[in-house]
Structure formats: structure tokens, C-alpha cells
Design a protein around this ligand. Structure first.
Ligand code: SF4
Length: 472
């Protein structure tokens, strides 16, 4: 286990102590309860970022701040950025640009920017040079430093732009969990795969698995706190445990979590197809607490494009995993990620992706037009696809998937399903939203007291994007 890197407990404690000092400062000025200064966290990107933001919220709370719902009310704004696509970076830059006006009205406002974007040196430098009101940036391995960085700004000791030399696991940080009964549980950080289009291994470091006992302790805590759904998170959860040298795998870990007492269910993401073991597929099929939904990013249906993406599986191998899943669980819900317009993608390659959609019949896809990321091999590849070609292919992909979605959703109509009630529907305030084994949300009428618990529904109708049901 010598290759596991943890931040020593006393080092974490130093930064938690800084948080307590800030809180004491507020307390001494009567700034507690409703009078406490506000914190606002803006999160971009994936579930891992959302989980990181829960730890940022935990630290902000320990510093004595209270959550507010708008940046205008905040004395501390933390932005957790994403670097996966250029669009996400531009959006973050634009929003952070607007904070300048809030800072002009409130010179005491502290703004910190973290996440994948500022783990890239050129982005951190941009904040240093062009965003003077940003007090600090912190990379994905430096969340635990935030209280000390805030304290430094408060003490007018200068701005900080942290990019770590080495990424380590920070255990024991406080967390503010999201509401609604569903909880994130990070089981590992980083990625070793270096898909040729992806920036993640450069901004989140190499794979680091948390110890099984730490994960189980957190799972127990979540269940005791009322969590009904735990989503195990990692960039590639299928390689969980390889760096631990203790024989633990994602499959054995899921079994141990399922063995914990309580009425809860398990999801996991993301799964790399090259590491999707039969053992894992079997656990999904046989453990009643595991949701019968598998998210398996294919990215392209062309083996040649997959080779250039450095995905290390072929379209045939991917289909064999799907066949195995369907054989074990004929009704399983399947979702995927797809990149359209990867450099050199021919019309034939794209047709192979459409063919993959027809073969698998995904319940839902997350599709994106390829976005070159500085520093990745694909950005330097010849044959970048013109935007109009990618755009036209993207539309064809969505149109085919819309038909498949409706067909897939229809199988639920008339069925009884158990869903976790996640909250009030975002599109219709008079409805609640729940999620079960199906990939799409179910909207239904019900009392808000149901939020965070399981409900039995009968599915009454569906469209391409959602289902409707009624309480039984
Ligand atoms: S598996 Fe590939 S796409 Fe996923 S995070 Fe790692 S490098 Fe990126």
C-alpha cells in the first residue's frame, strides 16, 4: 500500500484550525446565525465536482459562513470549474467576470476559483493577471487548503494561485450534503487512462483509491443520516483498488456496501468499458440494492476512432459487454457518452456510431461535439472536423436517439416502479420528480413531504425525455 498518498491528518488539521479561527472572528463580532456572512458556491461540470463542492460547503460552514442562494448576498464566493470542454470554461469565465460588479459594491467580498480549469497553468495565470478581484485559485488537489487561503486574503497577506506538484487524498473534511436522499460517495480520484481527447488525467492526477474502510465508514454515516441512494464516484470506478494491493475491486466493494443494513440503493459511475469485469456485471445483476442501470461510455461506434481516442477497446468488445448485460438483465437501462466529430471521423465512422445506437438501444445518451483541449494529443491531430459537419452529424445523432428514447420509455408505461423522490420538478412546480431503474426522471403529483423517501408509482405516460406517473 506504499503507493497510496494521503495528506497527513495534522496537515489537514492546520487548515481546519484556520477555518475555526475565521469562525471565531465572525462570532466575536456577533456575525452568527442569520447575521453570519453568506457563502455561495457555483459548480460547473461533473458529479465529482458536485461532490467536491459539498466539501467546499462543509469548509465554508466550518468557517462560520451560512449558505445563501445568490452571489449578490455572499461575502465568500467559491467557483468550482470544469475544463472538459471549451464551452464550460468560457461560461465560467463569463460568470466570474460578473463577480467584478458585486466586488465593486462589496470590497470585503472574497472570491476563490477552484477545480479543473485552474489546475491548468495558463488558466491560473489568466486569473492572476486579468481578474484582480479573485483572491485565490486552488487546484483539484487543494480543496483542504481553502480555509487557509481565505484567511490569507482576510489578513491582506496577498493572493494565492495553487497548483499542486502531487495529488493526494484528503480524508476527514467536513461536508454539507445535498438534499433529497441521494448522496455522492467518492471512492477514488484521478485517472490513468489518457484518452487522447481528455484533459482529466492532467488536471486530476493519477488514480488514487480511498481505503475500503474509509468508504464503508462514510457509507454507514450516509445511511444513518437518511441517504436512500448512494452513488459511488470516480473517473473510472472499474479500476478501483488496483493501487491498493489489497485485493479489493469495485465488485467486492459494492457487495460490502450492499451488506450494510438499511433501505437504500447503490449506483456507480463512471465505468470504462475496457475494465468492465464479468464480476462487476454479475454484482449488478444479483445484488437487489444495485440499481439496474449501467452507464457505459462508448464515445464512438467506430473501432478506428476508438483506437485514435486511445480507448483500448473495440466496438465489438463493447457490444459483447452490452450482450452480457442484456443476457443477465434483459430489462436493464443503458446510458452512454458520445463524442461527435472527433478528428478524422469519416462519414463511415459516424454511421458506425448510429449503428451502435440502434444496436444497444440506449435509454439516454450524453452527446457532445468534440472540443479540442490544449495539451491533449487529439488537439494536435490533423483532420479536425469542420464545425458545420460536426453540427449536422450531431443533429442526426440526436434525432435518432429521440426515437429510441421514446421507444425505451414506453416499456415502462403501465408498470409499477419504485422511485426515490428527489425534489420538486424543475419544469412544473406542481409536480415531484423521482428516479428509479429507468434513466429518465418520472414526474408525478404528490406531497413535498415525500422528498427524500421511496415512493411506489404507476407509470401513466411518457415522452422522449421523461415519464409521468401516479402514486399507488
Ligand atoms: S477514462 Fe478517459 S475520458 Fe474518462 S476521465 Fe480518464 S482519460 Fe478522461
Amino acid at each position: 500500500m506504499e503507493n497510496i498518498k494521503f495528506i497527513p491528518r495534522d496537515e489537514i488539521e492546520t487548515h481546519l484550525e484556520a477555518a475555526r479561527r475565521i469562525a471565531e472572528g465572525f462570532e466575536s463580532r456577533g456575525m452568527v446565525g442569520d447575521s453570519a456572512p453568506g457563502y455561495y458556491i457555483q459548480t460547473f461540470g461533473c458529479q465529482q465536482n458536485e461532490a467536491d463542492s459539498e466539501r467546499l460547503a462543509g469548509l465554508a460552514k466550518l468557517m462560520g459562513y451560512r449558505a445563501v442562494s445568490s452571489p449578490d448576498e455572499a461575502s465568500l464566493i467559491l467557483v468550482n470549474t470544469c475544463a472538459i470542454r471549451e464551452h464550460a470554461e468560457k461560461k465560467a469565465l463569463s460568470i466570474i467576470g460578473e463577480y467584478k460588479h458585486i466586488r465593486e459594491k462589496n470590497p470585503e467580498l472574497i472570491v476563490g476559483v477552484g477545480g479543473c480549469m485552474v489546475t491548468q497553468r495558463h488558466r491560473a495565470d489568466k486569473f492572476k493577471m486579468s481578474y484582480p478581484y479573485v483572491g485565490f485559485t486552488f487546484d483539484t488537489g487543494a480543496i483542504h487548503l481553502v480555509p487557509s487561503l481565505v484567511l490569507k486574503v482576510m489578513q491582506k497577506k496577498g493572493r494565492s494561485f495553487v497548483i499542486s506538484d502531487e495529488y493526494k487524498i484528503a480524508e476527514g473534511l467536513p461536508t454539507v450534503r445535498r438534499e433529497g436522499g441521494a448522496a455522492w460517495l467518492s471512492i477514488m480520484y484521478g485517472c490513468n487512462n489518457f484518452c487522447s481527447y481528455c484533459i482529466v488525467p492532467y488536471v486530476r492526477g493519477r488514480e488514487r483509491s480511498r481505503l475500503p474502510e474509509d468508504i464503508l465508514a462514510e457509507a454507514r454515516e450516509l445511511i444513518a443520516g437518511g441517504a436512500k441512494e448512494i452513488t459511488l464516484l470516480g473517473q473510472n470506478v472499474n479500476s478501483y483498488g488496483r493501487d491498493l494491493d489489497c485485493g479489493e475491486t469495485i465488485a467486492s466493494l459494492i457487495k460490502k456496501i450492499c451488506a450494510l443494513e438499511g433501505d437504500f440503493r447503490i449506483r456507480f459511475m463512471t465505468s470504462h468499458p475496457k475494465d468492465a469485469s464479468e464480476e462487476l456485471l454479475e454484482v449488478v445483476a444479483t445484488e437487489p440494492k444495485v440499481v439496474k442501470h449501467f452507464h457505459l461510455p462508448v464515445q464512438s461506434g467506430s473501432s478506428e476512432v476508438l483506437r485514435r481516442m486511445n480507448r483500448r477497446y473495440t466496438a465489438e468488445h463493447y457490444k459483447a459487454i452490452i450482450d452480457s448485460l442484456k443476457e443477465k438483465m434483459p430489462d436493464i437501462s443503458l446510458t452512454t457518452d458520445i463524442i461527435v466529430g472527433f478528428p478524422g471521423e469519416t462519414e463511415e465512422d459516424f454511421e458506425a456510431t448510429l449503428e451502435m445506437l440502434r444496436y444497444v438501444k440506449y435509454d439516454m445518451i450524453f452527446s457532445f461535439i468534440y472540443s479540442p483541449r490544449i495539451g491533449t494529443p487529439a488537439a494536435a491531430m490533423e483532420d479536425q472536423i469542420p464545425a458545420e459537419v460536426s453540427g449536422a452529424r450531431f443533429k442526426r445523432l440526436l434525432s435518432l436517439q429521440d426515437e429510441i428514447c421514446e421507444e425505451r420509455n414506453r416499456r415502462f408505461v403501465g408498470r409499477r416502479v419504485k422511485v426515490l423522490v428527489e425534489g420538486v420538478s424543475k419544469s412544473d412546480g406542481g409536480m415531484l420528480t423521482g428516479r428509479g431503474d429507468m434513466a429518465r426522471p418520472v414526474h408525478f403529483k404528490g406531497d413535498e413531504s415525500l422528498i427524500g423517501s421511496f415512493a411506489e408509482l404507476e407509470i401513466t405516460s411518457c415522452g422522449s425525455y421523461s415519464l409521468e406517473g401516479k402514486l399507488i
